[in-house]
Design a protein around this ligand. Structure first.
Ligand SMILES: [Cu+2]
Length: 283
């Protein structure tokens, strides 16, 4: 009897803990998607996003300091030089010291911003250490993904509101997500086939325009851990611009291999034939 009495509160505590754990886990799983009333950036995933987040935080400190300084200066000036205390307005037009200061200090601030900014710009521009290559094509109004080394290609369409299942996010889910192995650096070759689109996944800090007749290169650093990263086209591209979300699903190496096996059957593109290669080289 005593045991069963003990079990009740223990059971309640356990279920409460598992509920909290579930909330935490679902929060972790949702971490790569926007949340209602979110104030800051999405939690960064991978080295590029972490550096982008750090730069964002640095800029936030700098712009806050500048804004507060300017505000205090304005308030001080309004008070100090108010009309009741300054019947005769000052005729001062030059002050060499202040002029040097307000030129040199902004230059120093810009240099402080430029150094990490350029470092990140060149870091995320391209990589020579990619583990795999994926071709991303933006179209009105869906995304196409191609794994050239695996001869796999498929289209990815948004799931309509009426087809959403429990727990799925409106305007963000797709029928076939881009599946990638966790902990990989992936080179993305991005292009468009009709108008300009933009491949944008905030949590991975990747944004690249898709341009017709031009292949843009970028890369993503997918961190370890199974996760789903949500993004959207962020170049206004026509009527259904807001209905072409991006879903990148990072899975374990085993799950990726299993998915790839199925994908090779379902989405096989077949080998590129010699005549196609010749045609491409002629073009
Ligand atoms: Cu678009």
């Amino acid at each position: 009897m005593r045991n069963s009495n003990l079990v009740k509160p223990l059971g309640a505590v356990t279920s409460l803990l598992s509920f909290v754990a579930m909330l935490v886990m679902s929060a972790t799983a949702m971490a790569a998607a926007p949340e209602p009333w979110q104030m800051g950036l999405q939690p960064p995933a991978g080295s590029i996003a972490e550096q982008a987040n750090d730069l964002h935080n640095l800029l936030l400190v700098i712009i806050t300091a500048i804004s507060v300084f300017v505000l205090l200066l304005l308030v001080y000036t309004c008070f100090r030089f108010r009309e009741s205390k300054n019947k005769v307005a000052s005729k001062t037009t030059h002050n060499p010291l202040i002029e040097v200061l307000w030129t040199v200090i902004p230059v120093i601030i810009l240099v402080v911003i430029a150094i990490p900014s350029f470092r990140l710009l060149y870091y995320q521009d391209r990589t020579d250490l990619a583990d795999m290559v994926i071709k991303v094509t933006g179209a009105q109004w869906y995304w196409s993904y191609e794994y050239p080394d695996e001869q796999v290609a498929f289209d990815s369409y948004m799931i309509e509101d009426e087809d959403l299942t429990e727990g799925q996010q409106r305007l963000l889910e797709v029928d076939y997500p881009l599946v990638v192995p966790e902990g990989t650096r992936i080179k993305l070759l991005v292009e468009g086939i009709d108008v300009m689109h933009s491949f944008f996944v905030p949590s991975l800090a990747v944004q690249k325009y898709t341009v017709v007749g031009r292949t843009n290169e970028t890369w993503i650093d997918v961190p370890m851990g199974e996760a789903t990263y949500y993004g959207q086209c962020n170049q206004i591209c026509g009527t259904n611009h807001s209905y072409m979300p991006i879903v990148i699903k990072a899975v374990s190496a085993e799950n990726y291999a299993a998915w790839l096996e199925g994908a090779k059957e379902e989405f096989a593109t077949g080998p590129i034939t010699p005549s196609e290669v010749e045609l491409a080289s002629v073009e």
